[in-house]
Design a protein around this ligand. Sequence first.
Ligand code: GLC
Length: 482
Amino acid sequence: MKKKLVLILLAVFPFVSSANEPKKYFPDPDTTIQRRLEEWQDFKFGLLMHWGTYSQWNIVESWSICPEDLSWATGARKKDYGNDYNDYRKSYENLKTTFNPVKFDPGKWADCAKAAGMKYVIFTTKHHDGFCMWDTKLTDYKVTDAACPFSANPHSNIAQEVFSAFRERGFWTGAYFSKPDWHSDFYWWKKFPPVDRNANYSIAKYPEQWQKFVNYTHNQLLELTGGDYGKIDILWLDGGWVRKKTNEEVEETLTEVYEGSRWARNPQSQDIDMPSLVKKVRAKQNDLIVVDRDVPGPYQNYLTPEQQIPDSILPYPWETCMTMANSWSYVATDTYKTSDKLIETLVDVVSKGGNLLLNIGPSPEGEYAPEAYARLADIGKWMNVNGEAIYGTRPFVNFKEGDRIRYTKSKDGKTRFVYLFDEPTKNITLKNITVTKTARVKLLGSATTCKFTATSEGVSITIPTSAIANCKNVWVLRIDEF
Ligand code: GLC
């Protein structure tokens, strides 16, 4: 009974509970992957983009065609198309025939992301709706199909263009790929109506249909990683409910509740044969980081808390993915987080040993909202001064002091960074650290060293007022021990 209650609570608040629970991490035994993860952990800051035909409607990505009564998805559905699900879905799929992002210029995005200090990009090659943003040979539900106006554009192979533009500017590239595919007949079989987010037929009864889905998924991923799209560094697999389940897990799923209603009505094991998939894609790219999100096991090389920051340092590689505005996909009226908030978020994540993957949803024309460019520029200005306190740092055991101060250290442990979220006064006292007499203390962005003394409370530091006035957003002290 107790177990049931916990499961129900976890399912009702899945995003609230997940980041702070102790998660199981299964390190990849392959030393090449371990080395790549070390490198990746030094980057700290990446860009996520959610882009598809849905951006034309200012709605949530994909979810409005999911036949679950989810307030945040059906709201979008009801807005313009009444209550007829079938009509709605037809119109949604028709968005392919109007998608024409003539302003698409991934070089511009990559320049701005680079100036902001981002080091890697993850791009939605295919979201749950199944629309492919690359020239797949396996379906015509894709941007390069003749029925999509953008197919006539020389840059219509969008994912390839994005990956090349970012790679040319030194970024690592990652493919977001949804395992569930709500357009594929092998997942939502037209023989039956779709029921919820899951495959809509019995896999035990129709194993050959499921095998077609497994093949389709493997072959699409081989297209993306096989060479035509260049070196892919990260495979970011979304839709964690598509996974192999034991009988016990199937039983547990039956008790899950979401928004007050059962969402996993089809709790069967949806096994896409990850071991063989990973073997095949790594035969093409042997150092590919694989992130089978939310599926505990060896194919989740790092963990991905969503829209939240864990409370403390996590003992494995992780990345918070978070929207720069409210929605993952483009919504013209969306509200963007302030630059202060975004920089504090980055620092908070880094102080706990994670990376921040910040999402921007491009518009249907192929542009970012002006606010997105402005935020990237502000973050870039801050990074130019303070980047040394971000890249390659490692968490310091006392990573925070109250809510508004954070700490990290350099890999060799000789340098500590102190991040002050509020503009400091000339004299501040830090309680979390001790500093030896021969240390050197500086505010980043200023050449002057700061005087300091040990007091009974901690270390008292005097920062030149002119140095304080030079900085904004978050002030960073660098303490070097010799
Ligand atoms: C949420 C959304 C999904 C999105 C993902 C990104 O799970 O439901 O649409 O792609 O977040 O992390």
